[in-house]
Ligand binder design. Structure first.
Ligand code: ATP
Ligand code: MG
Length: 431
């Protein structure tokens, strides 16, 4: 007989288990966020987790961080297809909209929730599998929709119970129209070529591929040279200026504070005009909770008809970390009744009575084995169920059960057939 130890298998690094205690908060968050999306007329969509690699290479852009170094890409061993675990969901939602002709009936407001995958260095607020909520407003070109999306986000902070002073703050910029970006890009390239000796290796590489991203550099030694670089704002034409002005005017009217952030460029290629991030200073380095922008050119890049659009994505782990920090949510309880069988033979009775209570819509826990009254009542209290139904020797013999309201200690003897109505009345009285 072998006594060799097998070491337990572990989850993939940077990919987290969500245990039942975590799931209570997650499901509360999912429900709250979904209800705000619905208020604004967004409808849910769910796309596959695996997509053709080409979707992201084309949609996100070849020289972005995501496509260069963060994608989980693999070859389908059975048919040789190049596939990728989705690193984000905008490209996939637009693909689905094109594939199913969703815009045939007019513009669409869509939302999604699900896991995304990026091969990053795991740290607080940065994981390899993480979750995003996102909304995509497809087929809208008016700047009012940009403002509406930001209003939605502001209402979301309120709905989640984040006090005003602790809410993420809005950073806003415009990336202008493609031709303006191209002219700015040339000016940037010329400027950085003149200052090549002040750049680091990463920036030198970006110089030829994506000079805009140099502005995004986190290297403090580049701060001075970046500060002197040509500003995209100087290249904005009338359309870009008035689009941004409308968004600003509407935010002002709504009382939503923002900072114009000329160096906010976002990590993806497909943006134009409005871009934004909601940032908190309460989570350390990973402070961007939500980011988004307008991507009027994406549909065409993916082979669809021209279709202006704007969207955003929220990092769920970061949002929950922020809530934990500033406004721990009072998550609703998930049990109504905890059954406590103590007498010999009471376990069968417990399962049977619980079944009646459950049919009446109550959420009921039945233990897997008999135990002492004291230890079971302790577990009942810990479960946060407000009602314990105790099945002891004398109660069983009399066809009764003791119903105990745990928060007040109130207790009464109730005939088995009256249990559902008595417990419902008790819960209603203490609601
Ligand atoms: P960052 O600059 O932090 O890498 P990003 O620009 O790559 O963020 P987006 O692609 O805009 O992020 O994704 C939207 C949101 O998703 C982010 O604001 C963040 O809250 C969350 N997010 C992005 N990457 C991760 C990750 N690896 N782990 C956890 N959350 C993430
Ligand atoms: Mg990133």
């Amino acid at each position: 007989m072998s006594t060799a130890q097998t070491s337990p298998l572990r989850a993939v690094k940077g990919m987290n288990d969500l245990l039942p205690e975590d799931m209570r908060r997650w499901q509360w968050l999912e429900a709250t966020v979904a209800s705000v999306f619905q208020r604004f007329g967004y409808r849910a969509i769910r796309t596959p987790i695996v997509e053709p690699t080409a979707l992201f290479v084309r949609g996100i852009g070849e020289v972005t961080d995501i496509v260069e170094k963060e994608m989980y890409s693999f070859t389908d061993a059975l048919n040789g297809e190049a596939l990728t675990l989705r690193p984000e969901n905008t490209a996939a939602v637009v693909r689905a909209a094109i594939e199913h002709n969703l815009l045939y009936d007019g513009p669409q407001r869509l939302w999604y929730f699900g896991p995304m995958f990026r091969h990053e260095r795991p740290q607080k607020g940065r994981y390899r599998q993480f979750y995003q909520f996102g909304v995509e407003a497809l087929g809208f070109d008016a700047p009012e929709i940009d403002a509406e999306l930001l209003i939605l986000t502001a209402q979301l902070w309120d709905a989640l119970g984040i006090p005003r002073a602790a809410q993420p703050s809005l950073q806003l910029n415009s990336l202008g129209l493609p031709a303006e970006r191209a002219a700015h890009r040339e000016a940037l390239q010329a400027y950085f070529r003149d200052h090549a000796s002040a750049l680091d290796a990463e920036a030198l590489r970006r110089l030829e591929t994506n000079p805009l991203r140099i502005l995004d550099s986190k290297n403090p030694e580049l701060a001075a040279v970046i500060a002197g670089a040509p500003q995209l704002a100087d290249f904005w034409g009338e359309v870009s200026r008035s689009h941004l002005a409308c968004v600003q005017r509407m935010l002002d009217a709504e009382g939503i504070a923002y900072t114009l952030q000329p160096r906010l460029v976002r990590g993806l290629d497909y943006y134009s005009l409005t871009v934004f991030e909601w940032v908190t200073d309460r989570l350390g380095a990973q402070g961007t909770v939500c980011g988004g922008g307008r991507y009027d050119g994406l549909s065409e890049m993916l082979g669809g008809k021209p279709s202006p659009a704007i969207g955003m994505a929220l990092g769920v782990e970061r949002l929950l970390a922020l809530l934990e920090e500033v406004a721990p949510p009072a998550v609703p309880r998930d049990l109504d009744v905890y059954v406590v069988p103590v007498a010999e033979g009471a376990l069968s009775q417990a399962v049977h009575l619980a079944s009646t209570l459950r049919r009446a819509g109550l959420r009921v826990h039945v233990p897997g084995a008999l135990a002492s009254l004291k230890s079971q009542l302790k577990r009942a209290a810990a479960s946060q169920a407000p009602v314990a139904v105790i099945l002891g020797e004398s109660e069983l013999a009399a066809g009764q059960a003791a119903v105990k309201h745990l928060p007040t200690g109130e207790q009464s003897l109730v005939a088995h057939r009256d249990l559902p109505s008595t417990i419902q009345a008790l819960l209603a009285r203490h609601a």
